[in-house]
Ligand binder design. Sequence first.
Ligand SMILES: Nc1ncnc2c1ncn2[C@@H]1O[C@H](COP(=O)(O)OP(=O)(O)OP(=O)(O)O)[C@@H](O)[C@H]1O
Ligand SMILES: [Mg+2]
Length: 322
Amino acid sequence: MILGIETSCDETAAAVITPDGRILSNVVSSQADLHARYGGVVPEVASRRHLELVTPVVQEALRDSGTTLDDVDLVGVTAGPGLIGALLVGVAAAKAIAWARRLPLAAVDHLQGHVASLYLEPDPVEPPFLCLLASGGHTMLLDVQERNGKPRVLGATLDDAAGEAFDKGARLLGFGYPGGAELDHVARNGDPSAYAFPVARVPGLDFSFSGLKTALLYAVRKLTAEEGERRRADLAASYQRAIVRALVERTRQAAEQIGATRIAVVGGVAANSELRAALAEARAAPLALCTDNAAMIASAARFSNPIHYPGYLGLDAYASTA
Ligand SMILES: Nc1ncnc2c1ncn2[C@@H]1O[C@H](COP(=O)(O)OP(=O)(O)OP(=O)(O)O)[C@@H](O)[C@H]1O
Ligand SMILES: [Mg+2]
């Protein structure tokens, strides 16, 4: 069995999977409520909460899966990118478990983890495929040729990530944090052609969402509070349409450029209903595996080189890959 641990942002998560990718348990404890009043994740608050939660969350994952540490053969943990203090809690917990049980440890890249959400049962996706990774911190087009090894980056966002654009737009419209899912929900009752928000066309296969956010800000400013309230669904639907169009256009363009026959979508924004419908030809990660979770980390651990004792004692977390 593989035990996965994920603490890169504000979800404390642990999961147990089988070597062939069956999920036996997948526990996610979200700290969203804790950070909501600040309108975003407060790194130090997140680290402290991870510290309190990591042991009970791992225990719950083992209990739910009907296994004990005796059954675990490999520990996989997110080593980066993410909030450094938050990552260190998961890395320290994983080292302690690996050391105590003399198990190998796999240091997993969080973004490879998102991609590996596609390799789990019951319906795994086989490379090669073009992967749109759209999350709270990243928006990338990846040429995935094999399950192990780093995919080639074809394009990335030049400013905000798609999830960040959703969250910032949601905030302007008065939704709570993180507002992507709520914006998606409210947009269903709105007219997506009510406002013509811009789709940035930057060169190559990159993305840009900062102009769109400013366009929404100006549109909201023109309205009285009462009008804003009344047009909220239309604003949400039009804003979402612009983000989805940008993602879909670029993804299709990239697929054509590299001659990809298969397209997949992963990351929190892959949960968006309009994106899933608009990219109907693509394989989207299962809804429960779009936002941060440890099943995807355990999945990726299967394809990374395990580090043996005492090598992993020197393992460090990293905030960014740059
Ligand atoms: N239905 C939805 N529609 C749009 N956005 C959504 C939806 N559900 C979740 N999101 C967005 O997904 C993001 C969270 O995704 P995820 O957990 O993958 O990101 P992250 O881990 O914070 O970032 P990264 O993986 O880049 O480090 C948030 O921005 C959230 O608003
Ligand atoms: Mg993530």
